[in-house]
Ligand binder design. Structure first.
Ligand code: UT7
Length: 328
């Protein structure tokens, strides 16, 4: 059976660059602490607009790369935890702004694994023969839910969007070969945003209690993320008879350099074969993996025929890995 292949990639990073030093005095932290504990040096903040603007910026670049108009897109899936609003969906806003008038679409909430969840979903529509052009977008305006008085989280997140176009693979053995995704809802306690949803709608009290911001027990998440991302990466390699030497690129979710190193270690993949942009963007949630793909493809490091393993871990808990034989 022919699978789906990524035929175009686009990344949109907002212009405003925010180095660690911006918040070090205010949050009683240091650049040295942030760099050594996370690998982050600077991030990008979107000053005006919402997640749909990040998504549209990325989608336009992907469509331009493929040289097609937005009206050719049949389905738009937006992975995000920071939709512009509850409804309409961010996918609807993106469809309208892009002028993708022949597409339907929806949002998908998979946190840091959102792009992998969306990719696996999009693949189904291609494999079934239903569609030939599916836009998968990972975009998050994380600064809209970051508590800038909480140094545990304020130094971690940034805003960004990235998109890929999925089409039927032209050649057997190329494209998205395999994927595995997991969900464990017991992770709620360690990583969540308490209010704004139906359980705790917005009130003066929820605002006073700072419940409209990310709450993360960093240490708890760190422990499960290290194991989860390494386990799932190992699993996808075993299932596809891949050794560390066969892997051209590991593309890990960019939450913490120490988690990234631990995953590469377990896979037996040298750090020179690990895509990294956390130093320049921080954690952009659903956008980290496709933004790496876009950057490494644009500068020629990611090449046709490369065995690429994507791996993510995030809120839920959600986690997963995808194996791609890169085809462009
Ligand atoms: O993307 C979604 C999934 N999320 C993740 O994968 C994130 C996983 N977690 C992490 O990346 C790390 O746990 C963090 C980067 C969030 C924190 O690093 P850590 O090494 O786990 O630090 P910690 O939370 O254990 O804190 C160590 C110390 C604490 O002080 P005490 O209690 O040892 O005195 C914190 O209060 O560092 C302190 N601390 C800070 N100090 C300076 C916490 N944040 C800061 C800060 N600057 N920004």
């Amino acid at each position: 059976m022919k699978t789906a292949a990524i035929t175009a990639v686009g990344h949109y990073a907002p212009d405003k660059v925010v180095p660690n030093s911006t918040y070090t005095a205010y949050l009683q932290t240091t650049d040295e602490w942030i760099v050594s504990r996370t690998g982050i040096r600077e991030r990008r903040f979107l000053e005006e607009g919402g997640t749909s603007d990040l998504a549209v910026g990325a989608a336009r670049r992907a469509l331009a790369m493929r040289g097609i108009g937005a009206e050719e897109v049949e389905l738009i899936i937006v992975a995000t935890v920071t939709p512009d609003m509850f409804f309409p969906s961010t996918a609807a806003l993106v469809q309208h702004k892009l002028g993708a008038k022949n597409a339907w679409g929806f949002d998908l909430s998979g946190a840091c694994s959102g792009f992998l969840y969306a990719l696996a979903t999009g693949v189904q529509f291609i494999q079934s023969g239903t569609y030939k052009k599916v836009l998968i977008i990972g975009a998050d305006k994380m600064t809209s839910i970051v508590d800038f008085e909480d140094r545990n989280t304020a130094i971690l997140f940034g805003d960004g969007g990235a998109a890929v176009l999925l089409e039927p693979s032209e050649e057997e053995g190329y494209g998205i070969i395999d994927w595995v995704n997991y969900l464990d809802g017991s992770g709620e306690e360690a990583l969540h945003m308490k209010a704004g949803g139906s359980r705790n709608p917005a009130t003066h009290e929820t605002v006073d209690k700072r419940w409209h911001y990310i709450h993360q027990d960093g240490k708890a998440v760190f422990k499960v993320a290290v194991v989860g991302m390494a386990d799932v990466s190992e699993e996808i390699m075993k299932r596809n008879n891949l050794t560390g030497a066969d892997v051209a690129w590991l593309v890990p979710h960019q939450a913490n350099m120490r988690i990234i190193r631990a995953t590469a270690d377990r896979m037996g993949v040298d750090m020179s074969k690990v895509m990294i942009n956390i130093d320049r963007y921080g954690n952009t949630t659903a956008a980290t993996i496709p933004s790496c793909l876009a950057e490494y493809y644009a500068d020629g490091r990611l090449k046709r025929g490369d065995n690429v393993v994507l791996a993510a871990f995030g809120a839920g808990y959600t986690w997963g890995a995808t194996y791609i034989k890169w085809s462009i």
